[in-house]
Design a protein around this ligand. Structure first.
Ligand code: CDP
Length: 793
């Protein structure tokens, strides 16, 4: 169901734009199985690489014997950490200024860590030889629980770091502690709640992999890899490996889903590069599903305490939180250097409050590295979950309707741009209409009546609300960089003589439809049909530098770059048109696709005429060079702050504790909407992620550190059977600083839906006196919640 209602329009020269539901340009390729993914790359003489992984979570390596593996048929090379160490390549920097072992030399620090690799003629020979490598381990006590990590007698994980005496990773705080203390002291009501956001995995359909091809003659390395940030990866490879940057080409071809999983540089990529250099042949490495689930970028793993202070009549005064963050064995998070906890600073949500404070401690544990932002702007998912759960706890305490409590505390439209109590500047927002639309679509009052009747009959029905504000679109570059690389994006647009065009982006699509939407943006600005505009991305030799796609930053940053580069081309086209029509530029009017003389619409030239003239014979106006192209690097002045109102309705079977999501209403506001069909797809996918996290997904470990989520048999992800027919709607509050008013949307639904679902489940369990239950709300957890705090309905 789609409810279309536009509540806010552009009111300046960016009139409502004609973006629309264009079918995806990339779909003919994908639907016919003609996509070209990393594993489709076949090069002459290509060898295959397989990685030996640690069977235990924490152990000293006593010895490694590779002789039997080397003698195995088809094996070309066997490489250990000790061999890499001789070249200074055993360790690599992470995107968080930590270091991570490419292959373990001293100890293994998580189950699944890379210990050695084999290169062989085919994948089977490589895998068979792995079993012939004999590693002797001296097993050590592991640290699995983040709370255990800080105990004085906890085993030390990172003894590779000089002077490191404990498992502490970093501390971080934001907000005003004293001011928050003061509002809590004078509040009528204070509610606190412990919450766990469990470790989950982005689990893209395509696992990670690479094909490395080092040409010893011209010294050039070509690397096809599953990366969401090809340019940033190239620069880092150049710095680490010492290969000149212009001699490295990173190609990120079609990508089968990223969701943050493909942002970090994984040891496997580096192993493939080393293997190609050592063997002189192209080398392919492709993870299997288990390798992906146990060793690459996990997300979340936050233990939080949320506290909220309010007046008796429901005015929220302050929010305070304390977080223990589990970063695994190596801190592999990608987050702007100045924000080690990412954008957790927006934990104050959509509410106009007086004070806020957050303190966080991060630790190392014997688990896979990461803290990647899974469909999330660097920890925003955790922040939204925290605030939207504790607001519900407050509503429960006050005996107030959770919708009413939210409506009462929203930041008001005239308060934008709004500086939060932790210093972020929300660019624009108009929250009440979004909330009201969601309530209308849900039939909120009617649902509450239905719930009352059902409760009287002993049936368990819950209604959950979440209202989120997100921060997406990192930079600006002065505030945000990853390892010193500023978060800005380049864009180039070239119009060919016949009026067709090519736009080159620094961001990289992983299935979000960029080939369509970026063509639409350029088309809107320059009047060339989207079908005549080719979008190129994901190849560092053919696209301008920029920091890549994650945290829904493509539209806020590169989308702005695409609009601005098109306007730059249009400005040049205007001057050429003035020459063609023999009038001054001031006498020209732009109408999508053509300039005409003011007051004389019949006298005009199209953009196609101008393109031919720009490349053709004859003089151009003075000072104008031939060709019709431009290039820019866009540095956003702020993030964009999309918002949304989500309402979830669940039924719980009292006999089995099975939760069924019966309805889900999602109203998103991402400013100007470029392609509503693609946005809906993004929202549907994100909501499905939310059902997974709220009800099914968790990467758990046993006390020895064995990963219990190593296959999709154990790590459950939702299918169409577990999700309802999504009901989506939207409002439009443009971003004031984005050239077309667009905000990001890709991750919104993943961020906003888990608290709505958990709030609904807790609401259903109210008759049992339940105020909170941690995700994932599996039948056994719901059953425990029902029995643990049983109170007769
Ligand atoms: O960075 P990522 O592409 O993952 O996220 P995004 O910028 O939110 O964009 C996701 C997809 O939705 C892209 O194809 C966008 O062009 C499209 N989109 C849109 O049509 N209108 C918006 N206001 C935001 C995104």
């Amino acid at each position: 169901t789609v409810h279309e209602r536009v509540d806010t329009f552009h009111d300046n020269d960016q009139k409502p734009v004609g973006y629309g539901r264009m079918l995806r340009k990339e779909d003919p390729r994908f639907l016919r199985g003609r996509g070209r993914y990393v594993d489709d790359v076949q090069l002459p003489g290509m060898l295959h690489l397989a990685i030996l992984r640690a069977p235990v979570a924490h152990a000293r390596i006593v010895s490694i014997d590779t002789s039997a593996a080397e003698a195995s048929p088809g094996v070309r090379a066997v490489v250990t950490g000790a061999m890499l160490a001789q070249q200074g390549l055993a360790w690599m920097p992470t995107l968080s200024n930590d270091v991570q072992a490419v292959l373990a030399t001293d100890k293994v620090r998580f189950q699944g860590q890379e210990v050695a690799f084999v290169v062989a003629d085919d994948r089977y020979a490589a895998r068979d030889a792995l079993e012939l490598i004999d590693v002797e381990y001296d097993v050590l006590d592991p640290v699995i629980d983040a709370r255990r990590a800080l105990e004085p007698d906890a085993p030390l994980i990172r003894d590779d770091l000089e002077g490191k005496a404990n498992n502490h990773c970093f501390d971080w705080e934001t907000g005003d502690e004293a001011a928050t203390e003061a509002v809590f002291a004078r509040a009528d009501v204070v509610v606190s709640q412990d919450l766990v956001y469990p470790r989950v995995h982005p689990a893209p359909m395509e696992t990670c992999g690479a094909v490395a091809d080092f040409d010893a003659v011209d010294g050039k390395l070509r690397l096809w890899s599953t990366t969401q940030a090809p340019h940033a990866h190239r620069t880092l490879y150049a710095i680490v490996a010492g290969i000149p940057e212009h001699k490295i080409q990173v190609i990120s071809p079609d990508i089968g889903g990223g969701f943050g999983n493909k942002v970090p540089i994984y040891p496997g990529y580096v192993c493939a590069i080393v293997a190609s250099i050592v063997t002189g042949k192209p080398v392919k490495w492709m993870e299997d599903r288990s390798e992906n689930l146990i060793s690459t970028g996990f997300a979340r793993d936050y233990i939080m305490r949320g506290e909220i202070a309010a007046t008796r009549d429901g005015r929220i005064l302050g929010i305070r939180t304390n977080v223990l963050a589990d970063h695994g064995a190596f801190n592999g998070t990608a987050a702007p250097v100045k924000y080690p906890a990412g954008f957790f600073g927006v934990f104050t949500g959509s509410y106009d409050i007086e004070a806020a404070y957050c303190r966080m401690t991060a630790v190392y544990t014997n688990k896979a590295p990461g803290g990647v932002a899974y469909a999330c702007s660097f920890r925003i998912t955790e922040a939204v979950y925290l605030v939207e759960r504790i607001v519900d706890c407050l509503a429960d305490e006050l005996g107030m309707d959770p919708a009413e409590l939210r409506l009462k505390n929203f930041i008001q439209p005239e308060q934008f741009p709004y500086t939060t109590k932790t210093g972020w500047v929300y660019d624009s927002g108009n929250y009440e209409p979004t909330m009201r639309l969601a309530m209308d679509m849900a039939g909120y009052a009617e649902l509450r009546r239905e719930q009352e009747e059902k409760r009287a009959r002993g049936e368990l029905m819950g209604i959950g609300i979440a209202f989120f504000t997100e921060a997406v679109g990192a930079g600006p570059r002065k505030n945000m960089d990853i390892l010193g690389l500023g978060m800005a994006d380049g864009c180039e647009l070239r119009v060919h003589p016949t009026g067709k065009a090519v736009v080159r982006l620094s961001v990289q699509s992983q299935g979000q439809g960029h080939e369509t939407t970026f063509a639409q943006i350029v088309a809107e600005e320059i009047g060339i049909p989207p079908s005549d505009i080719e979008v190129l991305h994901g190849d560092t030799d053919n696209t301008p530098f920029g920091l890549g796609t994650y945290g829904s930053r493509s539209t806020p940053v590169s989308g702005a770059a695409a609009a601005l580069v098109a306007r730059k081309v249009r400005d040049k086209a205007r001057i050429i048109a003035s020459g063609m029509l023999e009038v001054s530029v001031a006498d020209l009017e732009w109408e999508k696709g053509a300039f005409h003389v003011k007051g004389d619409p019949g006298t005009s030239v199209t953009i196609q005429d101008i393109a031919m003239r720009a490349h053709g014979a004859g003089d151009l106006p003075e000072g104008i060079e031939g060709g019709l192209e431009a290039q820019i690097c866009y540095n956003p002045s702020n993030l964009t702050y999309p918002h949304g109102a989500y309402i979830c309705v669940v039924d719980i079977d009292p006999g089995t504790a099975q939760v069924k999501v019966r309805r889900f209403i999602a109203v998103d506001d991402c400013g100007t909407r470029i392609n509503p069909m693609i946005i809906e797809g993004q929202v549907h996918g994100g909501l499905t992620d939310g059902v997974g996290m709220a009800l099914m997904e968790m990467i758990a470990f046993d006390e020895d550190g064995n990963c219990l989520g190593a296959s999709l048999m154990d790590y459950l992800i939702p299918t169409s059977l577990e999700v309802p027919d999504w009901e989506t709607g939207f409002t439009v509050t443009p971003s004031p600083h984005h050239p077309i008013g667009a905000k990001g949307v890709g991750e919104s639904a993943t961020v906003g839906s888990p608290p709505a679902i958990v709030n609904a489940v807790v609401d259903a369990l109210k008759p049992f006196g339940v105020r909170h239950a941690d995700m994932p709300l599996t039948p056994s957890r719901v059953w425990d919640a029902m029995r643990g705090q049983a109170r007769p309905p």
